[in-house]
Design a protein around this ligand. Sequence first.
Ligand SMILES: Nc1ncnc2c1ncn2[C@@H]1O[C@H](COP(=O)(O)OP(=O)(O)OP(=O)(O)O)[C@@H](O)[C@H]1O
Ligand SMILES: [Mg+2]
Length: 277
Amino acid sequence: MAAPPHWAITTHKGGTGKSKLIELIAAAAAENGDSVLVVDMDAQANVTRRLRAQIPVEPRDRKDASLAAVLQRPAKGEVERILVKSGWGGIYTDRITIAPAHLDLELLALTASQAASSRRLLTALAGVVDDFDLVVIDTPPNLLSHLIDVAWTASDLLWVPVEPEYDAVEAAKRVVQRVGEDADMLNPDMQVGGFVVNRFRSNLKLHNQRAGEVAEILGPDALCPTRFPELVVLKDGSEHAKPMAELGSDGKAMAALASDAYAWMKQRGAALMGAAA
Ligand SMILES: Nc1ncnc2c1ncn2[C@@H]1O[C@H](COP(=O)(O)OP(=O)(O)OP(=O)(O)O)[C@@H](O)[C@H]1O
Ligand SMILES: [Mg+2]
């Protein structure tokens, strides 16, 4: 089987919903019958917790069973030894696998000057990914950092969650700018897939104006037509580490939105990768 698409969720701003989008995509993938590998490249390990990754019970064992240990100097396919299932149960446990994060991922910056160190995630994933329909990589809220270099080098497509407010739109533009400047050095095949608006309040003129600006960054086709509202159930899912579909009618409505966004990302991603091939 050919390697599946590798998507990084990334932007140069904290709290815009990167990890939330990973939760939503992973659930939507599982609900649509796809098998997904979630790679948590953020030392905060938010996605590892929110997907209830079945990591070792003993805190002292957790580093060795995480990307922090694997990425020190990985053998080809080494990520396999740390893969765990989501503890959400049912189809989610069947179809969501996680490469968990650990706080010590931050120390990987110390390896940045070593030869080809930005290719280490790619090496660690080699071959292992063939069992999945999709690989999604969560990233920390940085732009010029070693963890970002490692995550982007392993990615075909970058997807950028954006709040429709000034600073987040600027952060999205900086992602596009860096891809333009550094893709040759990191990964010449990498592309920006598009933008997903989060925390959208349709009654705010400002939000509509900023969403319009996002559509101008790479053209309207790069803007996901599904926009996620600011809604307490979205926060509840992260807080309580549960899939949206299990959180009442609001949760089911958000799961349906996530499914729409996932379908758009898959379709656009396939078109972009097909065009690049
Ligand atoms: N549309 C939304 N409505 C309500 N809460 C949301 C929404 N999107 C995200 N949140 C919540 O906001 C918080 C921040 O989101 P999240 O952790 O996904 O951001 P992030 O970009 O991954 O942050 P970081 O940069 O720290 O990694 C979380 O508690 C999340 O559940
Ligand atoms: Mg996050």
